[in-house]
Design a protein around this ligand. Structure first.
Ligand SMILES: O=C(O)CCC(=O)C(=O)O
Length: 273
């Protein structure tokens, strides 16, 4: 992947970039309104296995992810096709100059309610996915303005240039069984990394590299909602490469993977956009 704009270059330098005012208000309003309906009626904790899945993830004690798909949530697909993919492609192309390859990996709506929305530990997205090469780009789009106290994402700049780190239970910050990789330090600033808290307005979008370290704090406000849509893409041809007995990694994909280790990473749940 090559950067084709100054903001694209900033992303490659820091592992993350905040794109201001790039999301269509009407489209994101439809996505937020439909989410409110889905949040009330989606109850299943079973992932679809033949279709791309959407996880509804409330960051609250004792809650597990719920799942739906784009038949339930066509507004999210419209946002991806009409707005998210074109914005990413404005800033990046493939290495050979062709249109950037965007293969959908996963879609999540995060919800950190006021007062009870919890801290989510430092982590690196790529270490949770059994894919090689693990070239991922993640987007994060708020449903309302996000401030530090409502749980804005915090990034350790330039950490995407290092190796894969341990997967952890994101609420407890304890490594999953059979993890051998090094943990992300509790405070990367003490190790010399610059930290940036991404406060956001509606219509902004974060792009982050699958290797960059990030966390989000609790929502300590009394009345501010903090919800956001995250869509993750693989931007290179890749193979399925599970790590033996890695609890942190495989559970995310069990239902969706029908290929064998070493085979090209493809299937109905992971379409090209
Ligand atoms: O919304 C959050 O708090 C977590 C988001 C996150 O970690 C991600 O999108 O990778």
């Amino acid at each position: 992947m090559q950067a084709t704009s100054e903001l694209g270059k900033e992303y490659q330098e820091n592992g993350v970039v905040l794109l201001k005012d790039c999301i269509d208000e009407k489209l994101i309003d439809k996505v937020r309104d439909k989410w409110m309906d889905l949040d009330l009626r989606i109850t299943t904790h079973i992932s679809p296995n033949e279709k791309p899945r959407i996880a509804l993830w409330r960051h609250v004690s004792g809650e597990e992810q719920r799942f739906c798909d784009f038949d339930d949530y066509p507004e999210a697909w419209e946002l991806i096709e009409k707005n998210i993919a074109p914005v990413i492609r404005k800033h990046f192309a493939s290495d050979d100059g062709a249109q950037l390859r965007l293969q959908l990996l996963e879609t999540i709506v995060f919800n950190k309610p006021p007062e009870i929305g919890k801290f989510l530990s430092w982590h690196q997205d790529a270490s949770y996915y059994p894919i090689t090469p693990n070239v991922q780009i993640a987007t994060w789009i708020p449903f309302e303005p996000v401030i530090k106290d409502s749980g804005a994402l915090v990034y350790a700049l330039k950490t995407h240039k290092g190796e894969l780190r341990a997967t952890v239970d994101l609420y407890k910050n304890t490594p999953f069984e059979n993890e051998t990789r090094e943990l992300i330090p509790v405070d990367p600033a003490e190790h010399g990394y610059e930290l940036v808290c991404m406060e956001m307005d509606q219509k902004d979008m974060i792009l982050h590299d699958g290797y960059v370290w990030h966390y989000s704090g609790p929502n300590v406000t009394k009345d501010r909602q903090r919800r956001g849509l995250s869509v993750r893409f693989i931007v290179d041809e890749a193979i399925f490469s599970p790590r033996p007995n890695s609890a942190g990694e495989e559970k995310a994909f069990d239902a969706q993977i029908s290929i064998k280790p070493g085979e090209p990473f493809q299937g109905k749940p992971f379409p090209l956009v």
